[in-house]
Design a protein around this ligand. Structure first.
Ligand SMILES: *Cc1c(COP(=O)(O)O)cnc(C)c1O
Length: 391
């Protein structure tokens, strides 16, 4: 289907092309110099000691859990509103996903109150000890990361940031990705920074970085690149690792995309403000514009990854989605309720997840990308208003 306005679009030009051709010309395609530079530049940008590039965001999440040594009889507390990758990787390491509710429909971020309800329940479950907590910066927004970090410290839990939406965002002048023990990024084709497939892990902890480095590449102590340069003749295998490496072509594209990031995030923020202005009259009809109030918080610099809208009810949400589809506008749902998926249907609930469930039933995501014109935004907003009976 060819959309008049797609959900997302990428900002690629001759710079990305040149970067790819430079790598092809170098005749070295697997992890090497470009990746090393990409990691250095990303670490510097986020303001952390270490950044490790990986195959994708899910590999980043998997490695983060492995490096934190989370496994059987341990729980990872995480939001019930998230992409399925965190929950799947929790199961992959043999741990238990324990879902917490979101703060509100206006702020679909893991609720501290909900986590505080869960902790005493887990105390009586020796097979489900809370080892870590995941915060997902939904849509690129965060307003409570400092409180979340304090709660983790208080209870001896590691903090994992699923920062796949949040690249370039910050809170109190500390970048998303620099708050947790470890943070995971994705450069999938619809994210704020794009390499096709690709991801990054950031951490300030030297011990975690060393484990990540080894686990990323088969548990080996040296890489093909080291041997190519004569830096190592052989290797030991010190852990049962994986091949979660990125490659030079994607790293080269990532370096260009990183340079464009701040400008593109600024454009996303402007588009968001325009949407909010056009759509705020819907609030009188029972619609919610998530983070509209929170956006006034000057401590928060969002990456403005998504523009979600919460309809008064599920039927109205689908009616809006259908109307937009007929007008050639692609929408999405971030996300279907995790516990409604067949693979998670038998997951034990440790607390009420009413707000998450309600949010997932009512949310719709509108198109948002840096190259969207003011006219595009107005066209989408007008179609939403018309579907809601506001003209
Ligand atoms: C995209 C995304 C992931 C997974 O990243 P991939 O690179 O697709 O594996 C995980 N969590 C969130 C919130 C995401 O948006």
């Amino acid at each position: 289907m060819s959309w008049k306005i797609p959900l997302s679009d990428i900002d690629f030009n001759s710079e990305e092309k040149e970067a790819v051709l430079r790598v092809i010309g170098s005749r070295w395609l697997s992890m090497g110099e470009e990746t090393s530079l990409f990691e250095q530049e990303f670490a510097e940008y986020i303001g952390v000691r270490h950044a490790l590039a990986v195959a994708n965001g899910t590999a980043a999440i998997h490695l983060a859990m492995l490096a934190l040594e989370i496994g059987p009889r341990e729980a990872i507390i995480q939001p019930a509103v998230n992409f399925v990758a965190c929950a799947n990787m929790t199961v992959a390491v043999g741990a238990v996903p324990v879902f917490a509710d979101i703060c509100s429909l206006d702020e679909p971020i893991i609720s501290l109150e909900s986590v505080q309800n869960i902790l005493p329940v887990l105390e009586n479950q020796p097979d489900c000890q809370p080892k870590a907590m995941i915060v997902m910066h939904y849509g690129g927004y965060t307003s409570r990361i400092d409180e979340i970090k304090a709660l983790c410290d208080e209870h001896g839990m590691a903090l994992i940031e699923d920062a796949c939406h949040g690249v370039g965002g910050s809170y109190k002048n500390i970048n998303l990705g620099a708050w947790g023990d470890v943070a995971c990024f994705s450069f999938f084709s619809n994210k704020n920074m794009v390499t096709g497939e690709g991801g990054m892990i950031t951490t300030n902890r030297d011990d975690i970085a060393e484990k990540l480095r080894v686990l990323r590449s088969h548990g080996m102590t040296s890489m093909t690149w080291d041997r190519h340069r004569g830096h190592a003749a052989t290797y030991d295998v010190t852990a049962h690792g994986y091949n979660y490496r990125i490659d030079e072509i994607r790293s080269a594209i990532g370096r260009v995309q990183l340079k464009k990031l701040d400008n593109n995030n600024q454009l996303r923020t402007e588009i968001t403000a325009l949407y909010q202005d056009k759509l705020k009259t819907l609030e009188a009809l029972g619609w919610i514009l998530p983070f509209r109030q929170a956006s006034a918080n000057k401590s928060m610099l969002p990456s403005a990854h998504l523009f979600p809208l919460v309809a008064p009810d599920s039927d109205t949400r689908w009616k809006c989605a259908d109307a937009l589809k007929s007008a050639g506008i692609q929408t999405s749902l971030h996300y279907p309720f995790l516990l409604a998926f067949s693979a998670f249907a038998h997951t034990e609930s440790h607390t009420a997840l009413d707000k998450s469930q309600d949010f997932c039933k009512r949310v719709i995501t509108l198109p948002l990308y840096p190259t969207m014109t003011e006219e595009d935004v107005k066209y989408v907003a007008d179609q939403v208003l018309a579907s809601a009976g506001r003209n």
